[in-house]
Design a protein around this ligand. Structure first.
Ligand SMILES: Nc1ncnc2c1ncn2[C@@H]1O[C@H](COP(=O)(O)OP(=O)(O)O)[C@@H](O)[C@H]1O
Ligand SMILES: [Mg+2]
Length: 272
């Protein structure tokens, strides 16, 4: 696995003249797992889209190994960097096997034939995401969780050194969430894949990430080890929520317990 540097400098981007990212600076740690957390609409998806060339910055740059990705041909970028968007849309009627095979497109030229290596990549991705049995089914007919795993399979089949995933665990029950996070960790450990993912569950983010990024208002609010980033101050400042941080007895990582108006001992919620 080659080391890559992916760096956003003074990055601004938005929609219809409205700035969402506001001079954001971040160097994505290579070969590590980074989780991005932040309140709704703070710009997490906009950041991943700009990092992957779907959105052009209004200011600043995204440099991959020193070259601006916005000047790079799309296919060339797609051989190194893959994105699973937040709400991907499958072509109507496409089967799981066909969709996952599309992950191989960046590796093919107009004249190159489908090879055994392509088959292996697709089969490996189907197996890793436990979607092998769905291969002949139309994607439209799957449950939200099955579909999400199929999209992850497509991203895996692309076999990129850098993988950006926007809320890869949405629609998944807790068991499948853990399976996906374990799978991404396996990929990181085995191949050195750089994983950057947006997660809503702060505790899973703290457990699985080597580095945590907390975003607020289109900027990086905090970046660093989970211990340093997942604090009650951060949760208050970024989410406007009072919380208590304890040590996760399973992982030893920080764990956030929210304090609402109801639901805590003494708050009248434990009525029988
Ligand atoms: N395609 C779009 N056109 C216009 N505004 C958008 C578009 N996508 C997102 N936005 C706006 O940009 C802001 C940030 O959105 P997003 O990056 O999706 O936030 P997050 O992923 O953190 O929830 C929101 O206010 C959202 O409404
Ligand atoms: Mg989003």
């Amino acid at each position: 696995m080659t080391d890559h540097s992916l760096v956003a400098t003074e990055l601004s981007a938005g929609y219809d003249g409205k700035a969402i990212l506001d001079g954001l600076d971040l160097a994505i740690p290579s070969g590590r797992i980074t989780a991005i957390v932040g309140a709704n609409a703070c710009g997490k998806s906009t950041f991943l889209r700009t990092l992957s060339r779907l959105l052009t910055p209004t200011k600043g740059h995204v440099l991959l190994d020193g070259t601006s990705i916005h000047r790079m041909p799309a296919r060339e970028l797609a051989r190194t960097l893959g994105l699973l968007p937040q709400a991907p849309i499958a072509p109507e009627g496409i089967t799981v096997a066909d969709l996952v095979s599309r992950g191989r497109h960046p590796h093919k030229s107009l004249f190159s034939r489908w090879t055994r290596k392509d088959d292996e990549a697709v089969d490996g991705a189907l197996a890793a995401t436990k979607t092998f049995d769905l291969a002949e089914r139309p994607v439209d007919e799957l449950s939200g969780g099955q579909r999400q795993r199929v999209w992850i399979a497509m991203a895996l089949a692309q076999e990129t050194d850098i993988l950006l995933l926007d809320e890869p665990t949405t629609f998944l029950d807790i068991n499948h969430q853990i399976e996906v996070l374990d799978l991404l960790t396996d990929l990181n450990r085995a191949r050195g894949t750089t994983v950057v993912m947006v997660l809503h569950d702060l505790n899973l983010a703290a457990r699985y990430a080597d580095d945590l990024v907390a975003m607020a208002g289109g900027k990086i609010h905090a970046f660093g080890a989970p211990d340093a980033v997942l604090t009650d101050e951060m949760v208050r400042e970024v989410f406007g929520l009072e919380s208590r941080i304890i040590e996760d007895p399973v992982s030893g990582r920080p764990m956030m317990l929210p304090i609402g108006r109801h639901g805590s001992a003494g708050a009248g919620a434990n009525r029988r």
